[in-house]
Design a protein around this ligand. Structure first.
Ligand code: SF4
Length: 480
């Protein structure tokens, strides 16, 4: 059997936790979701377009071909240049021949921003740099290729990218990697799994509950909302791994304390005043509003920036009074075009009768503000709509801390507890990520014609359930 090689994802996971690196090497991650598959396809397209920066480049794609092309002085740029050395494998998006050596190029489908480069981008390049240098390539410099937010459909692909020279920081980081890579190789290529240790990285580790130190812990301390690293270490150093073990004397935020109390006693912590205050603010008729948006690295429509959020859909339930029947209306954009102005106008018409509009999170407010900026001719009315918004999320967070929420307050977490008869289970589109993937697939023409209407119906059904969930959650809150 061919010996496994350590690839970039494995190494970068292993420098945080060698057990995690081992799991990644065994491909223990789950099947990619629709959203993840979409991002993979998007990443591939961005990489393909970035090659336009080097029209003379040639594709390698294997160690042997790379060797041949590197040895040929006529080749200036080699795409997908692959190198293997001492159990490690790395593939550079490209290497570019310069005087005395080579430049490594790494393409990312992130936008350039004031925060660029991110630490993870430097780590990516540093790993490649380490392996290429160990393979004997004279690496002269390293460049990161990011996306240009000013690019619009119609401009040449080469203008979609901005190149940053990161040589100094990448060389520094690569030196650090170089020092730990022999030790890591021994632990990763050993047959046994490196012994796990609970650490702060476990908080976001996909293996925590399924395979590793979190297995069997029902109420892990990672359920504490906004658990900071310092507090984690304080609790972990006392051997505390579950919320049941958190002592009363622990210094926690009010919200964390309420979560601890609820889980330890098994009873909800209720703040009736917070619920009543919300009820008193309501002016009837009340609307319940939820938006869906998409974001695509390569814009789907003209005049849209890379990664710009585009609102595509809303659902609105309206209730005349507390005990009145519900009315429902919705909007789903024609996926073949940018329908934001039409959506904004229909939204204004649909919400005209509402005195208050309930949302769940501040996302709807941000989206309405974005529309007001985009369409100044409708901004007055949109700002008036914004003034009617009431966010139900902080009301739930402050009003009811239920042990079964497990420290979460998203609508998906609270609905099955407060309204057990309602569920997203069985829906073709049952979460925001899938909704984005479904709409983008429609817009890209990737859906079979006989499935288009089904997918659109599923999107409408999903969004409708989101606003119906808000109605029912508010009803449930009133019972406390
Ligand atoms: S759960 Fe923690 S110890 Fe286990 S692999 Fe993940 S980070 Fe490492």
């Amino acid at each position: 059997m061919a010996r496994q090689m350590i690839r970039k994802e494995v190494f970068l996971a292993a420098i945080k936790c060698s057990t995690q690196g081992w799991y990644v090497m065994q491909d223990r991650g789950g099947v990619p979701t629709h959203g993840e598959r979409l991002r993979m396809d998007e990443g591939k397209e961005v990489h393909d377009r970035a090659r336009s920066l080097h029209p003379n480049g040639v594709y390698a794609g294997s160690v042997e071909k790379t060797k041949t092309l590197v040895a040929d002085p006529r080749q200036e740029v080699i795409f997908e240049a692959e190198f293997q050395i001492n159990g490690y494998v790395a593939r550079a998006d490209w290497i570019r021949r310069v005087e005395g050596g080579w430049v490594i190029g790494e393409v990312k489908s992130s936008l350039i921003s004031d925060e660029s480069p991110k630490a993870e981008h430097i780590d990516d390049l540093a790993y490649t740099c380490m392996v290429l240098r160990r393979s004997g390539l004279a690496v002269q410099s390293c460049e990161l290729v990011l996306m240009n937010r000013d690019w619009r459909i119609g401009q040449p692909d080469s203008e979609l990218f901005v190149v940053l020279d990161l040589t100094e920081s990448v060389f520094d980081r690569a030196q650090g990697f170089d020092q730990s890579c022999d030790k890591l190789r021994l632990s990763l290529l050993d047959d046994g799994i490196p012994p796990p240790h609970m650490c702060y990285a476990c908080r976001k580790c996909e293996f925590f509950r399924s395979d590793c130190v979190g297995a069997g812990i029902k109420d892990s301390i990672f359920y504490l909302p906004n658990l900071r690293e310092g507090k984690f270490h304080q609790l972990n150093s006392q051997g505390i791994v579950s919320i049941h073990e958190v002592p009363k004397s622990s210094e926690l935020t009010d919200y964390q304390s309420a979560v601890v109390r609820a889980i330890q006693t098994g009873k909800p912590v209720i703040d009736r005043e917070a619920i009543q205050a919300c009820m008193h603010r309501l002016r009837w008729p009340v609307g319940y509003l939820d938006f869906e948006t998409i974001k695509a690295a390569i814009p789907l429509y003209p005049r849209v920036a890379p990664h710009e959020q585009v609102v595509t859909q809303y659902s609105l339930h309206i209730q005349e009074g507390l005990e009145s029947d519900l009315e429902h209306t919705d909007y789903l954009a024609d996926h073949r075009m940018d329908c934001r102005e039409q959506l904004a106008m229909q939204l204004l018409a649909d919400t005209k009768s509402c005195e208050s509009v309930i949302t769940y999170s501040s996302f709807e407010k941000t989206t309405i503000r974005g529309l007001a900026k985009l369409y100044p001719e409708h901004s007055n009315e949109l700002h008036m709509l914004e003034d009617k918004l009431i966010d139900l999320l902080p009301v739930v967070r402050n009003g009811v801390v239920h042990p079964d929420f497990m420290g979460r307050s998203s609508i998906k977490a609270v609905l099955p507890v407060l309204v057990p008869e309602m569920s997203y289970k069985g829906l073709e589109v049952a979460d925001g990520d899938t909704a984005i993937a479904a709409f983008v697939s429609l817009a890209l023409g990737k859906v079979q014609p006989d499935r288009v209407q089904d997918i659109r119906d599923s999107l409408l059904e999903y969004c409708k359930l989101d606003t119906l969930a808000m109605v029912r959650v508010l009803e449930a809150l009133r019972q406390y």
